[in-house]
Design a protein around this ligand. Structure first.
Ligand code: DGY
Length: 317
């Protein structure tokens, strides 16, 4: 029986399924392991079922036991794993696409709405009982019928577009390449990020974290935005230069920012906590029971396929 090191505590049903298939080392306390603990804990194992919180960079991979042949990441994003170095070491890396598309797109809409309609300030006013209805009380920016720019038109970007259309929004996007008319579904392609940013009244950040997208939203690119743009980020903190974003939130380039993901999670840039025109969530994009179950099931499936000699369906390297 193959042996799998599971870095985080999963839902009970998912752990039971893993136990049926493999010898497993579970993390019953759900401690977030350091790189050293992952290396040490997995040294007698054949594979790792990792999570988005695990720092599996080049150095960690170089120190993993030779017996590790697969890292099945229980997330669609795999920016936490140096998948190229893993390949060089003969380790297969997989992710969990599709199953969290809807949950994450739902949260993206919540971020855009929460930010544009001042949900944070509203909550503060309600809980401190320091409000009264008035004609100009907490006036937000209406999302319906606006132009939405989508940065990264993959599965999640397209699912956001579908939802935004129900708000009467006109969809624009920038992607590495133009999509087929079928996938575009009426959205307007912009060859450059600059063109997209110049057009957007609302901006949905949905690109993966890669070396190319690190801090792609920075002082220069934020200067392409119109005054008072609303930005939502359910992708990764790494794609935003926080200092530049904070400046844009203060000078009015960005009307409000809704974010679910952070640089160096779970830490949050202290300035974000001081600003009012912000709507923060603690990485809840995939946080529904059904979705989390599906993600762990899919990671398990990848392990099962790999250990039975097949190419796992979600291999990324
Ligand atoms: C993912 O799958 O990448 C999500 O961010 C996990 O919550």
């Amino acid at each position: 029986m193959k042996k799998v090191f599971v870095t985080r505590k999963l839902l009970k049903e998912n752990e039971q399924k893993l136990e049926e298939l493999f010898e497993v080392k579970l993390n019953s306390n759900d401690k977030i392991y350091s790189a050293e603990e992952i290396i040490e804990g997995s040294k007698d194992c054949d594979g790792i079922l990792s999570s988005v919180t695990d720092p599996i960079n080049a150095e960690t991979i170089s120190k993993l036991s030779q017996s590790i042949k697969i890292i099945a990441n229980g997330a669609v994003g795999f920016g936490n794993i140096d998948f190229k170095i893993a390949r060089e070491k003969g380790i297969t890396v997989t992710n969990t696409p599709d199953v969290l598309t809807d949950a994450t797109a739902d949260i993206q809409i919540l971020l855009l709405l929460g930010a544009s309609r001042k949900a944070y300030e509203g909550r503060l006013a309600a809980e401190t009982q320091s409000w009264k209805w008035s004609w100009d009380f907490l006036l937000g920016k209406q999302m319906s019928n606006k132009r939405l720019g989508i940065l990264g038109m993959g599965r999640i970007g397209r699912a956001v577009a579908k939802r935004a259309k129900a708000f009467g929004m006109e969809i624009h996007y920038h992607n590495r390449s133009k999509l087929s008319p079928e996938l575009e579904d009426g959205a307007i392609y912009h060859k450059t990020l600059k063109e997209l940013f110049e057009q957007s009244e609302f901006l949905s950040v949905n690109c993966p974290a890669t070396p190319e997208t690190t801090k792609i939203i920075n002082k220069e690119t934020l200067s392409y935005l119109k005054e008072n743009t609303v930005v939502g980020n359910a992708a990764r903190g790494d794609v935003v230069d926080d200092d530049a974003m904070i400046e844009a939130l203060k000078n009015g380039t960005v009307f409000a920012y809704g974010l679910d993901v952070y640089n160096g999670e779970p830490k949050i840039h202290p300035e974000y906590l001081k600003l009012k025109n912000i709507f923060l969530l603690p990485h809840l994009g995939s946080a529904t029971k059904r979705t989390r179950w599906d993600m762990a099931y899919r990671a398990t499936k990848n392990l099962e396929q790999f250990f039975s000699g097949q190419k796992p369906q979600d291999q990324v390297n």
